[in-house]
Design a protein around this ligand. Sequence first.
Ligand code: CA
Length: 439
Amino acid sequence: MINETHARELTSWVPGAESAGGEFPIQNLPLGAFIPKTGGPARLGVAIGDRILDLRAASEDGLLTGASEVAASACKDSTLNGLMALGPLHWHSLRLELSRLLRTGSDRRANTEPHLRRHAEVDMVVPASIGDYTDFYTSIHHATNAGRIFRPENPLYPNFEHLPVGYHGRASSIVVSGHPCRRPWGQLRRGGEPAPVFAPTEKLDFELELAAFVGPGNRLGEPIPIGASDQHVFGMCLLNDWSARDIQAWEYQPLGPFLGKSFLTSISPWVVTMEALAPFRMPMVAGPARVQIPGYLADAELARRSALDIEVEVALQTAGMRREGVRPLVLARAGFAQQYWSIFQMLTHHASNGCNLRPGDLLGTGTISGREPGEEGCLLEKTRNGAEPIELPTGEVRRFLEDGDEVIMHARCARDGFVTIGFGECRGRIEPPIACGNS
Ligand code: CA
């Protein structure tokens, strides 16, 4: 629902909140966790302009009086799990209180100001204790483009239009933006060779994705009806599902991705809440060959606001580009609104067999690609599995990622009548492999 926290007239007294191109105006208020560079345990914070409001300090100082007691108390935790478990009414009361605290004219400015920190004073950390991470495969353009490389006649698997395909990812190797990506070793079979070798991946790739954090979740054995699914999504962040294509290609049959994906997953540190995203919800876009949506995933009312108008972007900066002062080159931009399955359908499908989703679980959307050239959300798609290398401004070429390359992802929401909000960034630089035993 749109409410006073979304009003375009709202401004904040915090520096940088209205700066052009700024991602964190008062209409956004994304939540995250940080460790002060001076040390100590992780603390929760909200990004506003050029600053972070320390939620623990604000709560302990009695500044969150308008928030429910439980929401204010959850702000003292070191992860967002407690807040995620509370549900939309508590999330809303906290957002409203933060909006009133930080808006221009607030009579509590003097008490709040001491609890602001600069981004440079802290290290962001993974904002929730992520018990389980599942990655879906829900962009029909990605599925078609990637499928066409391997099965030109029949790019889409027959299940794609019937259910949101997914695999269980690895939660322990999820890191926040800035953490390097160590090139993994693995078994891979080079083209034309009969036997696999154990070697550093030669086809390291990124996948441009968003991800949803689960809110209250469900008890084991009790599914989440599609009509209630949006009560269970807390917020969204960027996600880079780093992938070693050669390891993946050799290992994935018959049980799906394993070591070709589990070595690392990067997310952006700020969770943009579903309430902040409310102005950017829109009807689902009909797919080119949409079949009848199964009843347990169909809800006509929810479908009118299930798509999210989020523009995502991925850029590359090689070590050579950094040396020559060349700015990161945008490789792709795509719209998440084109996704075939919504995050609500992913959640309901996930719980439809009774599998329990817990607060802080993370659901990746799968690579986000569009139909057109320049909208490919991974290198596999963009270079056609290496057959069509990218030329960079330095004269370098890339089929896949090389050591020293940095991948930088952004996302933003813009709509007439509303203030543009951003997701911050998700970046990671490739580091050389570390040898693994007798290779
Ligand atoms: Ca993926």
